[in-house]
Design a protein around this ligand. Structure first.
Ligand code: HH2
Length: 273
């Protein structure tokens, strides 16, 4: 059966829970590094109301170097095997081989922070499947992206990048109705850039695709609360950011604190009517 359009599968607002099977992710690094722990975390986030759980085997935090496909597979495959048929899964990867294996194991979405620039084989893997696809904006690469990022007009530049990547994905055979777009909070952006992207989310919404926002626990939140050296933010600040993103039109909120975010969004959407 053909998958329904992404906005039907993930009505606004939907929560995407995060499980990083890594030793070094900026917030949950090490916590879910072992498959049983990661699988339990995914089940818990789903039970708390996550519509989908994003499983990643490579940290993309500022300064990170990345890992090879073999190591990424070694981390995520045992987790996906445990969750198959139980928890809706998104695979956070830029690698064709990892995506292919994850899709074989039942993943429903491919979340690519490189927007199909990381691996020339990924578009074909997604196009040959029924998967949803998230295309994210990143300026530079994780190792160096936070070194003095500059834009003339951050919202317009992010939108024009995503418009181009959307047409690449569609040209490669991924149906447009299965694609969502993401401004990439913290990926080559200052605090000011991140805030402006949320404030002007309408510029991205004008591309006609659902928008996913991942502000959860990111350093901008800690910096806004007065710590210029913060590398993370609090749960409460993350919930505030998710509600602000929802109110500006985001459809999918990618978060670490699922229960709190689901509760806050229930109130915000009741108010929105
Ligand atoms: N943020 C992170 C990773 N993947 N994917 C999308 N689509 N949007 C995001 O904002 C996004 C993402 C970074 O967060 P996290 O996975 O918690 O950390 P790390 O990359 O260190 O594993």
């Amino acid at each position: 059966m053909k998958p329904v359009p992404i906005e039907e599968r993930f009505p606004q607002p939907s929560v995407m829970g995060v499980v990083n099977v890594t030793p070094d992710s900026f917030f949950d690094g090490g916590v879910n590094f072992y498959p049983d722990a990661a699988a339990s975390a995914a089940r818990r986030l789903h039970a708390e109301g996550a519509a989908i759980v994003d499983v990643g085997g490579e940290s993309t935090r500022p300064g990170s170097d990345g890992v090879g496909a073999e190591e990424e597979l070694r981390r995520v495959v045992p987790v996906l095997e445990r969750l198959q048929g139980e928890v809706p899964i998104s695979i956070d990867t830029a690698k064709a081989e990892v995506a292919r294996r994850a899709l074989d194991l039942g993943a429903e979405m491919v979340n690519d922070v490189t927007a199909l620039r990381g691996d020339p084989g990924l578009a074909e893997v997604v196009a040959a499947s029924d998967a949803y696809l998230c295309l994210m904006h990143m300026r530079g690469e994780p190792r160096t992206m936070q070194v003095d990022p500059r834009y003339d007009d951050v919202a317009a530049e992010v939108a024009s990048f995503l418009e181009e990547r959307l047409s690449v994905a569609v040209g490669a055979g991924v149906p447009e109705e299965r694609i969502c777009l993401d401004p990439g909070i913290g990926f080559g952006k200052t605090v000011t850039h991140n805030l402006e992207l949320l404030r002007r989310l309408d510029v991205l919404l004008a591309l006609g695709r659902p928008v996913l926002v991942g502000f959860s626990r990111k350093s901008t939140l800690g910096r806004l609360l007065g710590d210029p050296a913060a590398t993370t933010g609090t749960a409460a600040a993350s919930v505030g950011a998710a509600v602000a993103a929802f109110e500006r039109g985001a459809t999918i909120l990618r978060v670490h604190d699922v229960r709190e975010t689901v509760e806050a969004l229930a109130v915000a959407s009741a108010v929105a009517g």
